[in-house]
Design a protein around this ligand. Structure first.
Ligand SMILES: Cc1ncc(COP(=O)(O)O)c(C=O)c1O
Length: 366
């Protein structure tokens, strides 16, 4: 007897993450300490010292289930962002929030809109519930929201927008986003994925938490994996009208966020200094890399996040650069799966990490 898998599941292209350091050490035969990972948009500074301290003290709690409602974390988030706690849902990474949105609002045959070159998980979570993914064309690597509006049909249930977007790093202005939300029918849920918001300059930072008063169909998704440095703990959250949150909580697994993640997130929210420092190191690193691309005459997509994608002659050249960097212990990310086969994406690292990337990028003789 063979087991039948729904067609829409077997058609899913699995998510391709950045290569882990241990895997590269095994495959290439380089010591782990010599490897630099600039492939998953992690914070090269690590985590806040405040988070480190609470984590060190927390191992006595492991035999207990975590707080399934995330009471204290929601309380901390609500204070920080002036939200009601019933407007917040916590997730096992913000990936969980994206998935919960699809599982709650989409059923077989419904249409879900996202942009070409947008974060790969939107397509995966749509396919996983039998939804029909509709890819809007991009406008100079960014979201073309006019194209989104023209594609909305009576089958459209959900829209995913990443701002800034990964892997292009492009940003949609607040005005354009708001105009868009004004035109989206109330019955269509819009997920605004702001995983990289902490890296934005103050004037560009999202106002979307305030918009929740106006838009009952808006879900904001945020991550602790990027500027907060908690990628390994898996924690993110969503904010929306309490009615939407209540529905999403019905499909959320009871203990989706572990205790360590919750207490580290609470402590991290208190450490504004760490976020400030992370942002300024990121800005410096971004300048360093952009200067290099300009010197090497390599086209790049101007980015508002903690990574930048740069273009090589063709896919073969991109893969040769990727392999050359990998062989020398620098892990970056090919993004052919985002329909950008000529590009590689590099996360901004610390100065010495960027230097090593620059050294091997510059000495690659194709
Ligand atoms: C745009 C975007 N959204 C969401 C995520 C998911 O991040 P996490 O699940 O670690 O919060 C990522 C991770 O790369 C991302 O780039």
């Amino acid at each position: 007897m063979s087991i039948e898998v729904p067609n829409y599941i077997s058609k899913i292209d699995p998510y391709q993450g950045g290569k882990p350091i241990k895997e590269v050490a095994r495959e290439i035969g380089i010591a782990e300490e010599k490897i630099i990972k600039l492939a998953s948009n992690e914070n090269p500074m690590g985590i806040s010292p405040l988070a480190k301290k609470v984590l060190n003290d927390a191992s006595s709690e492991i035999h207990r289930y975590p707080d399934g409602n995330g009471f204290y974390l929601k309380e901390a988030l609500s204070k920080n962002f002036l939200l009601e706690t019933n407007q917040i849902i916590i997730g096992n990474g913000s990936n969980d929030i994206l998935e919960l949105a699809a599982r709650t609002f989409v059923t077989k045959g419904d249409e879900v809109l996202y942009s070409k070159h947008a974060f790969a998980v939107y397509k995966i979570v749509t396919q996983a519930v039998g939804g029909k993914g509709m890819e809007a064309p991009s406008d100079n690597y960014s979201h073309d929201l006019a194209a989104f509006l023209s594609m909305i049909s009576n089958k459209t249930k959900l829209i995913f927008i990443a701002n800034p977007n990964n892997p292009t790093g492009t940003l949609i202005s607040k005005k354009i986003l708001k105009d868009f939300l004004n035109k989206v029918p109330d019955k269509v849920v819009v997920v605004l994925d702001e995983a990289y918001d902490e890296y934005l300059d103050d004037s560009l930072k999202s106002d979307a938490f305030e918009w929740l008063k106006e838009y009952k169909n808006l879900i904001i998704s945020r991550s602790f994996s990027k500027a907060y440095g908690l990628a390994g703990l898996r924690i993110g959250y969503g904010a929306a009208a309490s009615k939407l949150i209540e529905m999403m909580n019905r499909v959320r697994q009871p203990f989706n966020v572990n205790h360590f993640a919750q207490i580290a997130a609470i402590a991290s929210l208190d450490d504004k200094n760490f976020i400030e420092k992370s942002r300024s190191i990121n800005n410096l690193g971004m300048k360093q890399l952009i200067h290099t691309f300009e010197v090497l005459n390599l086209e790049y997509i101007p980015s508002y996040a903690n990574f930048v994608s740069f273009k090589l002659e063709d896919e073969k050249t991109a893969m040769m650069y990727y392999q050359h960097l990998l062989n020398n212990g620098v892990i970056v990310r090919p993004i052919a799966n985002y329909d950008l086969p000529q590009f590689l994406r590099v996360s901004i690292g610390l100065k010495h990490e960027n230097n090593k990337f620059i050294e091997y990028l510059s000495n690659c003789n194709i």
